[in-house]
Design a protein. Structure first.
Length: 404
């Protein structure tokens, strides 16, 4: 399942007096009103936290849970929504939220949401959660690549730049992913503090079509949303069907500068691997973060994987000459690859809709007779539909240089 953006970025520490004064100053300057708010947070591994401080954005991933309380702050005026007809929208967790009938300015809660909303409505975005990578620049129109950075509503050092959000004219803030128990309280609190509607749309690996339809309902883009929904459902159904009818390869997904972190079977980030392969990385306590479980070389050798996928920045370039890896079948037989990583890692990180592109790649890589994809056509179609980019064959070959 797609984890909530709070799953992608955690929360740190107690906000205290500095948080209180900063929020009051920003709201006072922008609204001409005074509010009282307090937030108390606690973090623990595997959960996330709601953030409403003014801070510089970051892409660092941590995990935690927030418990926040506040008195409603005076509403912040939004020029775009003041003149618009308001309608009721019921989000995926049953919250009824008043939103403009015609939304043209959207803010997003984090990088997972960014990928989903960008695919459907890039021209409605008032900013992005974090910057695109330098490697992604050739694939985007400059108007998208140079969007202002708002930061993240959920996440350790990657906090929402509240001043930028309030000045952006956003009519709604959208959160996409998997909800947890505190989602209603979190979004109600942030909505009260900013005066901007906040909505949650639940999205999992196997129900992305439903998520797009819900998003299309909110943004009055039903036809465009249906096209993306149908695409996701078609790819997922084909992937699942192929996986059920083949003898699955024994796979490891190795990360880190030594290749000794693995995405363990049963962990959230292993969902695509567990669907398409026998994930050899069986450990007692799979970690939920994208960093994976650290293991020693003896364990990797004992697993004897037939195929290894290396994460970006790992040891793909040198592993073939490393005696420590030489006895592993995947290395000895040259069946090791590096996951494509532009504009995002195709297998997750953040675990958003780009994982459907990863499913196409892995299915064709492992089971080419059953998949029977024209890979350039498939990847080009994905880039066109989800990234609004005309992918050339030369660009495709660059993307796949280590992946086939």
């Amino acid at each position: 399942m797609l984890k909530h953006d709070r799953k992608w970025h955690g929360y740190q520490g107690r906000r205290g007096i500095a948080f209180f004064l900063t929020v009051m100053l920003v709201l006072g300057l922008l609204c001409g009103c005074q509010a009282k708010a307090s937030a108390e947070t606690a973090s623990k591994d595997g959960e996330e936290t709601a953030v409403s401080a003014v801070a510089e954005p970051s892409t660092e991933s941590n995990e935690g849970e927030a418990v926040a309380e506040s008195e409603p702050a005076s509403s912040v005026s939004n020029e775009a929504s003041d003149s618009d007809e308001m309608v009721s929208f019921v989000d995926s967790v049953g919250r009824t939220v008043e939103v403009p009938a015609h939304i043209t300015k959207v803010a997003i809660s984090g990088p997972l949401t960014q990928i989903v909303v960008f695919s459907l409505a890039p021209d409605k975005l008032v900013g992005i959660a974090n910057e695109w990578s330098k490697e992604a620049e050739p694939y985007f129109d400059p108007v998208y690549y140079n969007m202002p950075v708002l930061g993240q509503l959920y996440g350790g050092k990657g906090e929402l730049n509240l001043e930028t959000l309030l000045a952006s004219g956003a009519q709604v803030v959208i959160d996409v992913g998997e909800p947890k128990d505190s989602i209603t309280a979190d979004l109600d609190m942030l909505q009260a503090q900013t005066g901007i509607p906040f909505v949650h749309i639940t999205a999992n690996l196997d129900n992305m079509g439903e998520a797009y339809r819900k998003l299309g309902e909110l943004l009055d883009m039903p036809e465009e949303a249906e096209a993306l929904a149908t695409y996701c459902e078609t790819i997922y159904a084909k992937t699942a069907s192929i996986a059920e009818g083949v003898e699955k390869v024994n796979l490891l997904y190795c990360l880190g500068d030594k290749g000794q972190h693995v995405i363990a079977k049963g962990s959230f980030h292993a969902q695509v691997f567990d669907l398409l392969a026998n994930n050899a990385a069986v450990v007692d306590s799979p970690v939920s973060s994208g960093a994976g479980n650290e293991v020693d070389m003896e364990q990797i050798v004992n697993w004897q994987p037939d195929v290894i996928v290396f994460g970006p920045g790992s040891i793909y370039d040198t592993v073939g000459d490393d005696p420590a890896w030489a006895t592993i079948p995947a290395i000895a037989n040259g069946r090791y690859y590096e996951v494509p990583n532009v504009p995002y890692n195709w297998l997750g990180f953040p675990p958003s809709v780009q994982r459907y592109l990863g499913m196409i790649w892995m299915t064709e890589l492992f089971y080419p007779e059953e998949a029977d994809y024209d890979m350039y056509q498939e990847v080009a179609a994905y880039f066109k539909n989800f990234y609004h980019c005309d992918l050339s064959e030369a660009q495709y070959q660059t993307l796949m240089e280590r992946a086939q």
